[in-house]
Ligand binder design. Structure first.
Ligand code: ADP
Ligand code: MG
Length: 473
């Protein structure tokens, strides 16, 4: 008896539901729609490319397990991405899970690829003459969509100058920083830019994890020499997450060899890592010292302004509109991981698209809540009062006086507006804490501030500056 896509997906859902928290299930799995079932390949529809990336990075194993359970071995999964229909320029696109996705999920996925296929082995490429190798770059990670901020300026500019001028001043370029700060993105962007300018160059992107795997496989097949030869043909070698070298002494040895060869031949080397060279444990000193030969650049967490820019940029790319206050709220809540910012945006878009919910602050709070597991304390009315008073150069006494002076009135009104936006306090509580006003005064103040934000550019900037102070506090 033939099962429909719906039936198969429902069975998968039952399995998935038993394995994730209700929040995760609601946010990431419920909105998925089964589209069709052909052979043993299920096609599902997700709301945006970001959504797909999130699933691939976080729930691939789970999806695979569910599908294999329901459809047996060799089960396949295809994604179809539905763009928000608010942007008529974009069409729906389809790509198979086994194709190179727009994210760095290049791990071999035997069971999803249908039939235990392993990725192409680079060593079967014959010949000694200059041959082209597949760069394995992710074309979606470019400089154009990498927002510059004080947190990434050094790495970004060094990368750009490598790509543009081919200087060898920064060799190797060593980029390090925490999770989700753009290391993989920037490393790819350099490669993509080099390729764009000089298509004949052999650029290779590889994760250290894969490098280690390849080496181990090569060593067992006695093709260690092929492995080394292959890597020595590269003009620009990009190795992502080199911290995976830790403790792998034989791979370190071969890596050292390849590094020396390429460096001597004036080939560009680019590495990323989650730690500075000095903090890498279980990596030989001779390798660590080489990491420091060129330029070491840290990626830090983006500041509020940069986060705002990143969010606005992603929304533009996705053709989605979101009220400013929602954008600002997300930027204020998710501070240290850009991938999480994308996750929240994706979650919001999913809710809006599939559950037809309006994207507003309430929905944003809900989705952010699912993300920020341990919620940091919210801002309090007191904190807000203090920051606003400070901004206007008012003492607390002046701020809380009954004065009708314009600055003081405005300072109170802005505080109420921010308290409404950033705390869970009721209007009564806000009134009580800010100037001992009643509910109606608070309602009126909120209206005044919202109107002014709409019509008065200077005022809008004042509010934005204060918000920046608040969220950085
Ligand atoms: P890492 O490798 O440091 O863990 P990634 O490079 O994978 O981080 O970045 C995580 C996500 O954040 C990616 O989708 C990337 O496109 C995005 N991202 C990071 N930095 C920026 C930036 N400055 N501008 C735009 N997107 C960014
Ligand atoms: Mg990475």
């Amino acid at each position: 008896m033939k099962r429909t896509a719906e039936q198969v997906w429902n069975e998968c859902l039952t399995f998935i539901e038993g394995n994730v928290s209700p929040n995760v299930f609601d946010t990431w799995f419920k909105p998925i729609r089964p589209v069709k079932l052909e052979d043993r390949t299920l096609t599902i529809e997700v709301p945006s490319p970001m959504y797909y990336e999130w699933l691939e990075t976080h729930y691939l194993d789970l999806l695979r397990a569910a599908l294999t359970r329901v459809l047996g071995r060799g089960a396949g999964l295809m994604y179809q991405v539905r763009m928000s229909n608010r942007n008529p320029r974009k069409k729906a696109l389809t790509f198979p899970a086994s194709a190179k996705p727009p994210v760095d999920t290049r791990n071999p996925l035997p069971s999803l690829n249908g039939g235990g296929k392993t990725p192409p082995n680079p060593f079967v490429i014959p010949g000694i003459q200059k041959i082209k190798i597949d760069s394995n770059l992710n074309p979606h990670y470019t400089f154009d969509n990498f927002i510059e901020g004080p947190n990434n300026r050094l790495a970004r500019n060094a990368g750009l100058s490598i790509a543009k001028r081919n200087t060898l001043t920064f060799n190797p370029l060593f980029i390090y920083g925490g999770v989700g700060l753009g290391k993989t993105h920037i490393a790819n962007a350099i490669g993509v830019e080099v390729k764009r300018r000089s298509p004949d160059k052999n650029v290779l992107y590889v994760s250290m994890e894969k490098f280690v795997q390849q080496y181990v496989a090569a060593a067992t097949n006695s093709s260690r020499a092929d492995f080394i030869n292959f890597y020595q043909m590269v003009d620009v070698l990009i190795i992502d997450d080199v911290q995976f070298l830790a403790g792998k002494s034989r791979t370190q040895d071969v890596f050292f060899h390849i590094f020396n060869h390429l460096h001597r031949e004036k080939k560009q080397l680019i590495f990323t890592s989650d730690k500075a060279p000095i903090d890498l444990k279980d990596v030989e000193g001779r390798i660590l010292s080489r990491f420091n030969w060129g330029l070491t650049a840290e990626l830090k967490a983006p500041d509020y302004k940069t986060r705002l820019q990143i969010i606005r940029h992603k929304l533009r790319e996705d053709g989605v509109e979101m009220p400013d206050e929602v954008v600002e709220y997300i930027a204020s809540q998710i501070k240290t991981n850009i991938r999480d910012i994308e996750g929240v945006l994706t979650g919001l878009i999913a809710q809006a698209t599939f559950n037809q919910r309006e994207i507003n602050l309430d929905l944003a709070r809900e989705v952010v809540g699912n993300f920020v597991k341990q919620k940091k304390p919210e801002f309090s009315c007191d904190m807000i009062k203090q920051i606003v008073a400070q901004y206007f150069g008012l003492t607390m006494k002046e701020f809380e006086s009954n004065s009708r002076k314009r600055t003081i009135v405005q300072a109170r009104q802005i505080s109420m507006y921010l308290a409404k936006k950033y705390t869970k306090a009721s209007l009564e509580t806000i009134g009580r804490h800010i100037g001992k006003k009643d509910h109606a005064t608070v309602v009126y103040s909120l209206q005044v501030v919202r109107n002014l934000i709409d019509v008065d550019k200077k005022f809008r900037h004042i509010v934005r500056d204060i918000e920046a102070l608040l969220v950085e506090s």
